[in-house]
Design a protein around this ligand. Structure first.
Ligand SMILES: Cc1ncc(COP(=O)(O)O)c(C=O)c1O
Length: 356
């Protein structure tokens, strides 16, 4: 863990809030940002100058390494408000651990836990009014790190900026999602950076996802790069398949992001006595299950949409429609997760974190 020079966060509060200019009933995901942001610089081998200031532009030179070598990682989390005005995070330590895991892979120094929680608590307390109560409402939290050292030599930066910005959100996807199973393109390779939330993993998905969109599908389910035989994950979601009453999801490895929602769904399913198999399901097994009627559900699991039911998938120019299911697993897990997140139910696993 890298040293920090000091643990105090300097706060420069904005003089006027922009909140009255925001139409909270018509939010486009990730397009509006709250009044404040957190930033902290890494130089001379230590994180320093931890500051909260009004959301605004950065001054960075064009030679900063992030622009040339993509040395950047990020996280995605959410804050939720209950009816009494309490603000909650969901398993935030998992996100800190994951950004540090991503950082290690990208040769970026890790960020200290104590400072992360201090910054998060102070930032969310200042911008508490931007977290709206009600199911589906949240404040999306985007921590990220960029390489800021000037110079275009292809070597790790010696300077970085860790930031947190906040964006009010409603439900991420509207309606069901139709997906394409990848046959040629790959998201990640063995020994690569697929398990990290490295910025370039996402930029690389835009082109194949655009091709899927042109065909009327919203997402791609990625398959293994070697054979395109095993189902892995979607763009920003892990994926679950229900065949009869067994729930399958791919094991995480160095190609797949270890999703917080994924592991929470597995825990909820096991608690409910559902047969969960962490198993490398093949595309052939999926197609066979779709053909014989045993495929009941496919759903994505991720912070942005919580649970996204998939209504159809396409493979080799065939489209397979999913059946309508009464009492679906997707609905059950979505309700349970949202109840925990919004402080509307017990929290048997200790996943909720109240912002102080
Ligand atoms: C590639 C990828 N897979 C899965 C997920 C779901 O992870 P989580 O549930 O932690 O949001 C995400 C989103 O962070 C992602 O980017």
């Amino acid at each position: 863990m890298s040293l920090t020079k000091e643990h105090t966060v300097t706060v420069h509060q904005s003089t006027e809030s922009r909140i009255d200019q925001v139409d909270f009933d018509n939010l486009v995901f990730g397009s509006v940002f709250s009044d404040h942001m957190f930033e902290c610089d890494y130089k001379d081998g230590a994180w320093q100058n931890a500051t909260i200031r009004p959301y605004g532009p950065l001054s960075v030179y064009p030679s900063a390494k992030v622009f040339h070598y993509g040395q950047a990682v990020f996280e995605g989390m959410k804050a939720y408000k209950d009816d009494n005005g309490g603000v909650f995070l969901f398993r935030p330590l998992e996100n800190l651990k994951r950004i540090n895991k991503s950082s290690v892979r990208m040769a970026i120094p890790e960020f200290p836990e104590e400072l992360f929680f201090d910054a998060m608590n102070q930032l969310l307390s200042l911008d508490k009014a931007w977290v709206k109560p009600g199911f589906g409402n949240s404040l999306y939290i985007r921590p990220f790190v960029i390489a800021t050292q000037n110079g275009v030599s292809a070597s790790p930066s010696t300077e970085y900026k860790f930031m947190i910005i906040l964006s009010p959100a409603q439900a991420y996807y509207t309606g069901d999602v139709k997906v394409v199973i990848a046959e040629n393109f790959s998201r990640a390779a063995d020994g690569g950076v697929g398990y990290a939330k490295a910025a370039g993993n996402y930029g690389a998905q835009f082109y194949p996802t655009n091709l899927a969109k042109e065909k009327g599908f919203q997402q791609v389910i990625w398959t293994d790069a070697n054979e395109h035989k095993y189902l892995e994950e979607a763009g920003t979601m892990n994926v679950f398949f229900r065949i009869n009453d067994t729930l399958y999801t791919a094991p995480t490895n160095d190609r797949i992001l270890d999703g917080v929602t994924r592991k929470s769904v597995i825990a909820l399913a096991e608690q409910a006595g559902i047969d969960v198999k962490v198993y490398r399901l093949t595309v052939d097994e999926l197609v066979a299950a779709a053909n014989d009627g045993s495929l009941k559900e496919i759903f994505g699991a991720g912070t942005a949409a919580v649970i996204s039911p998939v209504s159809a998938f396409s493979y080799k120019d065939n489209t397979y429609e999913l059946p309508e299911v009464n009492s679906s697993f997707a609905t059950q897990f979505k309700k349970q997760l949202m109840d925990i997140q919004h402080n509307a139910s017990d929290d048997p696993f200790g996943w909720r974190y109240e912002v102080k």
